[in-house]
Design a protein around this ligand. Sequence first.
Ligand SMILES: [Zn+2]
Length: 552
Amino acid sequence: MRLMFLDTPIRPQRSTLTLVAVSSVWMAVLGNWALWKTLMTLPDLTGWHGLGFGVAFAFIIANVVAAVLSLFAWRFTLKPAITLLLLLTALATHYMLMYGIVVDTPMLINVLQTDTREARDQLSWRLLITVLILAVLPIVWVWRQPVIAIPFGKQVLRNVGLLVASLALAFGATQLVFQDFSSLMRNYTEMRYQINPLNSIYAVLDMTVIPAEQPRGPLQSLGLDAHIEQRAGQVPQRPPLLVFVLGETARSASFSLNGYTRSTNPLLAKENVASFTHVSSCGTSTAESLPCMFSHLGRSAFDKRSNEFENMLDVLQHAGYAVLWIDNQSGCKGQCARVPYVNTSDLKLPEYCEDGECRDTVMIARIEAELSKLPAERRARGTVVVMHQMGSHGPAYFKRSPAAFKKFTPECTDTSLSQCDREQIVNAYDNTLVFTDYFLSRVIGWLKTQDKTSTPAMLYVSDHGESLGEKNMYLHGLPYSVAPPEQTTVPLVAWLSPSFEQLSRVNTRCLQANRDKPLSHDNLFHSVLGLMAVKTAAYQRERDFFAACEGR
Ligand SMILES: [Zn+2]
């Protein structure tokens, strides 16, 4: 008997051109859903005029994508290249639609530095559906198409032809709508970071092959001349002890200390603290803010720096202080490279930690044990501890506060913020601040117990703020130039024990009187050195916000 085989249906063979054309159009049209949505809300382009512009814009994008793909249009590289671009497009579309973010280099750095714990927070059904429709569907189609094999020389000619033709078409179309196009890009700069998948390609190139505007030389040491100035009120057995709490995603506008109508700081309000109301951050993301916060340069000089420098912690260490970084977040972004460092999730303390995430209070539970490991001769001069909080890290705000601190309900308990009412999102966020308030009051409480053996003080400042639905924006990470104040205005709270006030001659009442003075992360380096009486050429007194309140 003869076995009969059913022939698999013969698929028409496709040329690389067809695959490039179909996937470019797919990405340009469907993969830019977020861009079209933005475009429709703009007052500049409406009706037929707006529609015509939209079609031209999509045509331009499709041709630029085709030009990019022409570089990969070889039999064995084209399908992987298309697959990668489709995935980037789908992921970017999801986050853009969900959180009103854009894809630029800092955002990409942010994503790459996000640890798996945070990434897990962000997984959702919506994400899966978006990736399925925008990427998986066309990917399956692409991989099922047999590609016609043609001689190498002919393929070269064809790819060069595709590159030239698509660039020419893109250029021609841009000329046709040039006026609208250029005014749009000028008025809405952030829109260029919404163009999928070109935004992701640009960000990757910017991070890898495009040389930085000024190549940065090797690490420069800083403050090698630093030493501790002996202060008149110093009791030798009671060295200064400063806890620098590095907050996460706390926005100034949601602090009741700064005028928010909900009571988010009930415990801090009972302490003798100074809370500054107009403090701007250095960046809009952890990765962008942290290196700049600890730098002596200040935001604008930091952006233009030609070298990497040592930071505040190095200078404190050069001066002879004991320095420690306790991290309850995704790391110190290089800021603790040369100082002792402890990561709380490595400690595996079931009382405080679950699923690899610990409550910020774990840092207080561990501090004495960790401090005792520092060199005694340094501790005799004084200590600076950085506590890096998990704080209000989103979008899963509800995971950041224990049940006892859920003062505002109902909370949004979906990791996709768009699944919740704005009110629920704000409730969940405000509860994270209630817990931060408790944490800070516990830090102060612990510092008070140290008063017999040291001279304690606390400084709290957040790395950046957060959008909670204002102008339909969520989360953080917009380019600084277009970021709303919610993302760049951060709380800054100082607590000085009476003995520290005596030692430093800085008066809390004077700080309170100056609380509305505009400050920024630019002040931090100099203010901490000033508070700790570090003398060095790197210190600038005019940037030290404690200096104005000294001896009054
Ligand atoms: Zn952050």
